[in-house]
Design a protein around this ligand. Sequence first.
Ligand code: WTA
Length: 567
Amino acid sequence: MSNIISYDERIKNFDWSISEKELDYQPGNVINIGWYCSDRICKLGKADKMALIWEGSQGQEKRYTYNELRLTSNGVGHFLRGLGIQPEDRVCLFMDKIPELYIGFLGVLKIGAIVQPLFSAFGDESLIVRLENAQTTAVITQRKHAPKLRKILDKMPYIKHIIIVDADPAKPLGDREVAFDMDHAFKPEDFEIHPTKAESPSVLHYTSGTTGQPKGVKHVHYSLISQYLTSKWVLDLLDTDIYWCTADPGWVTGTSYGIIGAFSNGVTQCVLDAGFSADNWYRFIEKHKITMWYSAPTAIRSLMKAGDEVIKKYDLSSLRHLASVGEPLNSEAVIWSEKVYGKAFLDTYWQTETGSIMITNFPGMKIKPGSMGKPFPGITATVIDADTFEPFDGPGKIGLIAIKPGWPSMMRTYWRNEETYNKKFKNGWYLPGDRSSIDNEGYFWFVGRDDDVINTGGHLVSPFEVESALLEHPAVAESAVVAKPDFVNMEVVKAFVTLKPGFVGSKDLDLEIMNFVRKKLSPLAMPQEIEFIDNLPKTRSGKIMRRILHAKEWGEEIGDTSTLEND
Ligand code: WTA
């Protein structure tokens, strides 16, 4: 069984009303993602079906049926309302991949509040800029992450509540803290879900740009229309599937497809809240008989590195369909996956701002290893000239990816940053900020980003944020941060640093600075390499030229250096 109908058939007469009809949604109706992901599935007769199977790092397991998902998220909504949380207030989820994160997500949406997921490995600096921009009212977190919030609480007067899902009853709670045990809380059978409409805000995800602070990408409840259908057609979710999306809901894949797409399609999904190891991943697939696996190129390359022998120890025959997102999926990885799993990982391309898959390899479509595939039905995408913003008249030319605005899950703005949002549009096109070419059969071939953002292991890191953090270290005078090539992560963060007088570069200082950034920002943003240099290349006006340093790392031509000060 499969949802596969040929790509050409799907694209013929496509209209988003196909998704609206399947979801029994009429334009103008109430649409609440929390309801669609739990109550509706129960109404469809699947109340006792397993919704979530969770496994922790110690092998502990928790299971929730769709009815339990419904009731427990009702409980979250009830509790938040009791605290006085209002529709459109921002409620941050700052947790590991524990069940409370998934259920909390639906509960926040059920009361019409805006859910703001933040990656649990974020340090205080990363947290503060995102919470400040969103002016978050409440944070739902775990006891182990609460100290990071306590440290910055003084600077965040708008945070009224820190809700701890696993508080230790023997220990006193801190300022503004409140304990809330989701599993054992009151769970109303009848809960009045806030009547959100298509354009009511739903999710606020933060994403990093080259310059300035991270941007809050505002999504609305109507995004469901895209997320439901792309999950069904691209991830090919079926009622019988056991689905595993390896992404963390701190990032968009983990919410659009790790929560909304999965639950609105009523599948059983598994979550593994443990660090990566090939043995552990294969064991997980074997144990739960995973059928659909959505992962990322870095994970696939790590599995490739672990070798083919380890695969033979496990029965992976349940796997039916595999897909990947987040960074370029190199052709070797596609070919290798077909060889060892009997199925190729299908590449899908999209971003936080697009909310759902834009360009993709569609099940049943001819795969060209190394290509991202073709636009999803309903998506008009092309490649345009970076100077004229006009589409090219023939195939093969490299330009900017450009998408016609208007699909349901398109971001509605950058939170309190309309100016940057407006800059994302040129000549009637939305520009994701990536470069690609299109071949004569309409397949897109990713070339690279059109900015300095570093994509490390599928996570975007802003060089600006890392440079700012570096400058706070007492030894650092100036810094420039660029991507450095890496086999597994594609790119890692590298920092060039000039030191203040009296400091000398050493291995110890190197480690100290790395740790300093890790604690402030996150392990992802931590430079994997620091190079101490005497002078950074600058323009005559004093702007640091990352381009020169980047080109050196990648062995590329440096290009025009006529404006350089230090050459
Ligand atoms: C990159 C993740 C090549 C791209 C869903 C994009 C990709 C950014 C692919 C978005 C792909 C994502 N091939 N590059 N299949 N998918 N990217 O916002 O640069 O965390 O703009 O969303 O990742 O990253 P984000």
